[in-house]
Design a binder for this molecule. Sequence first.
Ligand code: ACO
Ligand code: OAA
Length: 372
Amino acid sequence: MSADIRKGLAGVVADTTAISEVVPETLSLTYRGYPVQQLAASRSFEEVAHLIWYGELPDAAALAAFTARERAQREVTRSTIGVVDRVPDNCHPMDLLRTAVSCLGAEDPSEDDNRRASNQAKAEALFAKLPTVIAHAHRRRRGLARIAPDPGLGWSANFFHMCFGEVPAPEVLRCFEVSMILYAEHSFNASTFTARVVASTLSDMYSAVTAAVGALKGPLHGGANEAVMKMMLEIADPDRAGDWLRARLAAKEKVMGFGHRVYKDADSRVPTMKAALVDMAALTGGRKWVRMYEELERAMLEAKGIHPNLDFPAGPAYYLMGFDIPMFTPLFVMSRVTGWTAHIIEQLDANALIRPLSAYTGPSERPVPAAA
Ligand SMILES: CC(=O)SCCNC(=O)CCNC(=O)[C@H](O)C(C)(C)COP(=O)(O)OP(=O)(O)OC[C@H]1O[C@@H](n2cnc3c(N)ncnc32)[C@H](O)[C@@H]1OP(=O)(O)O
Ligand SMILES: O=C([O-])CC(=O)C(=O)O
């Protein structure tokens, strides 16, 4: 059988989407037409989530109604907390989160209602509840008691409150919101496509998001933000960064936080996230990590001409915000769940089962030998 096989579906246009557009030639990323850099500079993550789901930035009344719904449904049941508490202490928080999303689905009586309004309500519920689960995971790994959500606080401030028992300086909150806005949506990336594949079978939104969490965990995708910080801690001294990177490349190893399937001449989001990292470093005395960032970036460009992706500045920025490394990919989930759920709804609006073909390379047909 001769077939035009595109390994990894590279370059394949699988469907249309009206949610975001990635234009690598102009280093542009827009959500519903708006440049992500402008959104990051001027809007809250709640406004951007509304834009991603509903196609427009909310006016004052729509934002007030949305934030009221979000604040009212942050709490999760004792049974979800109980399930989370039963996963092994030493498991990765992404395992815990995958289990928690599945449990939220099992608890929702409208789990299998795939009508648009029902799925929009589920998307909002996941947006409100996942930070509560993730903050619990953060405190559990530190042996600390859970802190309940505070409906008097905005989405990001409440998350820090649930993690650390306090709300940080507005500058820290802003850097965090910038990371959430930049991570929210990126067309048919691996985890979003996974969610669309699951949705295309007419399964439920929670199953699709559970699968997407699993896809995001991998170090070639969302797991890279953790790998970046592990790498930086291993290097320890910015003056060693160039030699360290060249040794990795000589050993034919990949360096996490570099390269991208779509952006080959730089990731459109990196300058904005790097500026947030620089702000975090100035606030916390962490300039060493910015120097290391720049040494690694320079050495990689010289050696291979490969640019950093969004995970490269996000990893050290989360470290400087005080999060443990295994929490970095769950932070990515808190944001990308907006994109995933918007894509699930879009997939169902014009559904076709996603089922590509394969070119068989096994043995030719042969008779089964007589049983001995
Ligand atoms: C939010 C996100 O998910 S962004 C992506 C996060 N992932 C990472 O940072 C992991 C590291 N990066 C990578 O593995 C890759 O760049 C990917 C998977 C993201 C994209 O890769 P692809 O488009 O499939 O390209 P592929 O992996 O085939 O790389 C092409 C060439 O560049 C090299 N290359 C790409 N990325 C890297 C890297 N990070 N380190 C070293 N070499 C790299 C490959 O070795 C390959 O070289 P070769 O042609 O000599 O064999
Ligand atoms: O688009 C991709 O392939 C990876 C991704 O999710 C992102 O860059 O945000």
